[in-house]
Design a protein around this ligand. Structure first.
Ligand code: HEM
Length: 429
């Protein structure tokens, strides 16, 4: 008797979106198993829709640069059957632009976001960090380092480079948060979206009247000379409000938690500043903030690992999992401040890769260096745990209570006495 024909293997079940364990930055415990056993998993998102969750390095590297995948508009996800064709699509940022308009914007932004331009701004960046730390120190210890430094510093750095008034933050921050929240709750945020657009449009008017040395003034000028259209500049401004500082804040806060969790890490960097550039790259690899935060949508069918991603499906290339792939990184779950080969994917790849990567690196380097100089013996405050938002796939501490050792001399000056002269060497971005 012949044996029955082999049955096709059943599709693996849909799983919930992997989240970091409570009270930690992560990564989710499922990464290793998924990379080994189910590299393209179907996950259920908190909004109810499903998405493909790709976890292996080579898949993530290819998917994020694949032109068959586009970035859906954040107010338009998941696509709704009841949405009219002429419906207001709400907030459109640079990520959702494609083709010639996107290319023109990238060209206009290449110089102001270049290594050279960021390097020129390093002294100003360091001054901003020191001024924020002056206020933080003056408020006494223990203090919340997130609210006092790790959150305001990347925001201030972005505002200064781009030309968004930092003092307007109480207006735009809650609205930007609400617009991002609309990504989850869909119908919300329409009003804040139009308020943010009006805010950027009025800012651009101001730049026309009062030009300054900043990115928005440069873009307004490019509009005047016909190389850019005005709507693209508004799209860029909106990108800055929703994506120009939050990720940097999260990485910086997680970096400090990571360094303070094992005391020798902080001390090693304090005593050997030459390690800092490589350590920043390793922290960017190791910190798992980019857990399914890049959302793509297929515009045609794609076959991968014997499964079919259909046109219209959502795809999450999980950068944080790719960065822990043991096929590429030796001892991938270990933080190695001296790691030599580090081709991490934290800033993405392809046409939409992160335009702010040099700025983000500089913020992290300068921010850490300012802390190491100011507080040679920084530590987590006794008996006070950081607070975490455990419902989120992408986590950094909401608060981080810290103390610093005070000697008599430092008590007069407000901080720790520096144990070594302050480094004058500008850190490479
Ligand atoms: C550690 C901090 C940061 C990380 C990890 C990060 C990561 C990323 C990633 C992965 C992308 C690609 C998204 C995709 O493919 O759809 C991206 C795009 C982008 N990022 Fe960042 N980013 C950071 C900081 C910044 C900063 C500081 C700015 C600007 C001030 C910035 C501006 C942008 C813009 C404008 C895009 C869209 C580029 C385009 O669509 O052409 N980012 N970022």
């Amino acid at each position: 008797m012949s044996s029955p024909p082999p049955q096709p293997a059943a599709d693996p079940p849909v799983i919930d979106l992997p989240l970091p364990p409570p009270g930690t930055m992560g990564p989710p415990t499922q990464y290793g198993w998924l990379r080994r056993e189910c590299p393209l998993a179907e996950v259920r998102l908190p909004i109810g829709a499903t998405a493909w969750y790709a976890t292996r390095y080579e898949d993530v590297r290819d998917l994020i640069a694949d032109p068959r995948l586009i970035r859906p508009t954040i107010n338009d996800w998941p696509p709704r059957p009841d949405r009219a064709a002429d419906d207001d699509r709400g907030l459109i940022t640079m990520m959702e632009l494609n083709g010639p308009r996107h290319e023109a914007l990238r060209r206009a932004l290449a110089e102001p976001f270049s290594v050279r331009s960021v390097r020129r701004r390093l002294p100003r960046l360091r001054r901003s960090a020191d001024e924020l730390l002056d206020d933080f120190t003056a408020a006494g210890q223990p203090g919340d380092l997130v609210g006092g430094f790790l959150e305001p510093f990347p925001l201030l750095a972005m505002c200064e480079l781009v030309g968004i008034p930092y003092e307007d933050r109480e207006y735009f921050l809650p609205r930007a948060d609400a617009a991002l929240g609309a990504m989850v709750t869909l119908d919300e945020g329409r009003e804040v979206t139009s308020e943010l657009r009006e805010y950027i449009a009025s800012l651009l008017d101001r730049k026309r009247r009062e030009p300054a040395d900043d990115v928005l003034t440069g873009l307004v000028h490019a509009c005047g000379s016909g190389t850019l259209d005005g709507e693209s500049v508004v799209n860029f401004g909106l990108s800055m409000l929703v994506a120009g500082y939050r990720t940097s804040t999260m990485f910086l806060a997680d970096a400090v938690v990571t360094l303070l969790t094992a005391p020798d890490r902080y001390a090693r960097l304090r005593d050997d500043r030459g390690l800092l550039p490589g350590a920043v790259e390793e922290l960017l690899r190791y910190i798992p903030v980019m857990n399914g935060v890049v959302v793509l949508q297929a515009v045609e069918d794609i076959e991968l690992h014997d499964r079919r991603i259909r046109a219209g499906d959502a795809v999450l290339p999980v950068l944080a999992s790719a960065n822990r792939d043991e096929r590429v990184f030796a001892d991938a779950d270990r933080l190695d401040l001296c790691r030599a080969e580090n081709p991490h994917l934290t800033f993405g790849r392809g046409a939409h890769n992160c335009i702010g990567a040099h700025l983000a690196r500089a913020q992290m380097t300068v921010g850490l260096e300012a802390l190491l100089d100011r507080f040679p013996r920084l530590h987590r405050a006794d008996g006070q745990e950081p607070a975490w938002d455990d419902g989120s796939p992408s986590k950094s501490p909401l608060t981080l209570p810290v103390s610093w050792h005070v000697t008599t001399a430092a008590a007069q000056g407000g901080g720790d006495p520096p144990e070594r002269p302050r480094s004058r060497r500008p850190p490479p971005p």
